[in-house]
Design a binder for this molecule. Structure first.
Ligand SMILES: Nc1ncnc2c1ncn2[C@@H]1O[C@H](COP(=O)(O)OP(=O)(O)OP(=O)(O)O)[C@@H](O)[C@H]1O
Length: 375
């Protein structure tokens, strides 16, 4: 647990960067600090490992005030990941990661073994070990930054805009991988971002700060979306709040997955037409993985890849209502394709069924009867 008790930071006696900030970052959870530029996020983070000294107030790691700890030891107890990874440019990747373990007194050989294992955990193969940071992409450097912070196996981690220096696709990938890693590790993390979407996606709880370094609200992502404390938070959380909230709600067994007729590549037009009465036919491969939709009536010959409409997204059986709705809306048939954890077709759910559920005309508590699958 990391606790802020009435923490204030004034720079040069007058700029109030952080004002009477109090909150708790619970053990094993990821707390995100978010807010507009200059609201004191980085200052708050850097006060935890004493790169910045608070003007007043107390920060505790567990029960212990950080002010009473030895500065070097304190920093070794906390993993720190910063924007652009902040790697040592003249050291190889493996040495960058092994440094923290070495500082903690681990023998060289063992530190290298730990570093190699960590690189693999963040998705980098051994072939990166002897390269230099400049020989890696931004996303790869960020991974090394995370591996380096993990090298001393700290209970606490501070992350300052760790995924911001990369393009949106790599960013999503890094976020997903990090979430997976955190589920295994269960570290106590405080992360700073200015991106509310990132905050809502990653945070177990999200603290919204306003300029002047005051806490506007601290809550779970769901609460921020549904019960913003004031107009500033509502505005900051942004548009699409209703739709984005669906990202946190599962169907919880309230939706029947209907059997979806399928065709295969190479099927003759008459076979495809015989397979369904609907305008659209779903095409799968031999493993039952959906490939796309085709219109049997307009086929000129056996189904080819070029005949497929690929617009539909896939929803997983345990996916959110947002994912299910997106799958249905993006599909030309308006039936969202649902797959199991192996990516194989389970069936489909129509827009109307989803809307009925959202509308409340489906009884949320009622089990779905007479179907093979429900999500
Ligand atoms: N070393 C410093 N000396 C004086 N003022 C500072 C110093 N560092 C930060 N500040 C001021 O303190 C306030 C908070 O800065 P901080 O960097 O913590 O904000 P932030 O929320 O992390 O901003 P951003 O999202 O733009 O990185 C700002 O007004 C900033 O100008």
């Amino acid at each position: 647990m990391i606790t802020f008790e009435n923490v204030t930071k004034r720079y040069h006696g007058d700029v109030v960067a952080v004002n009477e900030l109090s909150f708790t970052a619970p053990t094993g959870k990821l707390t995100v600090l978010v807010g507009p530029s200059g609201c004191g996020k980085t200052t708050s983070l850097r006060m935890i490992n004493r790169l910045v000294a608070p003007s007043s107030g107390t920060i505790r790691l567990g029960d212990e005030p950080t002010s009473r700890m030895d500065e070097a030891l304190l920093r070794r107890r906390i993993g720190y990941v910063i924007q652009h990874a902040g790697l040592f440019p003249h050291r190889t990747i493996i040495d960058n990661v092994a440094t923290t373990a070495r500082l903690n007194g681990t023998p060289k050989k063992q530190a290298r073994a730990i570093a190699l294992e960590l690189l693999e955990r963040v998705g980098l193969s051994e072939s990166f070990a002897d390269r230099y940071p400049w020989q890696l992409s931004g996303g790869q450097q960020q991974r090394v930054g995370v591996a380096r912070a993990l090298a001393s196996n700290p209970k606490f981690m501070l992350m300052d805009e760790p995924f911001s220096a990369v393009d949106p696709i790599v960013r999503t990938q890094l976020q997903d991988e990090f979430l997976r890693l955190q589920r295994e590790m269960g570290k106590t993390i405080i992360m700073v971002t200015h991106d509310i979407d990132e905050a809502l996606k990653l945070g177990d709880q999200v603290a919204v700060l306003r300029v002047g370094g005051e806490l506007a609200q601290i809550a779970t992502p769901q609460e921020l979306l549904t019960k913003p404390a004031d107009a500033f938070v509502a505005n900051f959380v942004g548009r699409d709040r209703g739709y984005r909230f669906l990202g946190f709600v599962g169907a919880n067994g309230r939706l029947a997955v209907k059997t979806e007729p399928t065709g295969r590549l190479g099927d003759a037009p008459e076979v495809a037409r015989g397979a369904t009465k609907d305008r659209w036919l779903l095409v799968t491969n031999e493993r039952g993985e959906p490939l796309g939709w085709t219109e049997p009536a307009s086929l000129q010959g056996p189904i080819r890849m070029g005949d497929l409409n690929l617009s539909g997204t896939l929803a997983s059986a345990d996916g959110s209502l947002r994912q299910l709705l997106d799958a249905a809306l993006s599909s030309p048939s308006r039936r969202g394709v649902v797959v199991d954890d192996k990516g194989q077709l389970m069936g489909s759910i129509g827009v109307a069924d989803l809307v009925a559920l959202l509308d409340g005309s489906e009884d949320p508590a009622a089990p779905v009867k007479g179907v093979d699958h429900a999500v």
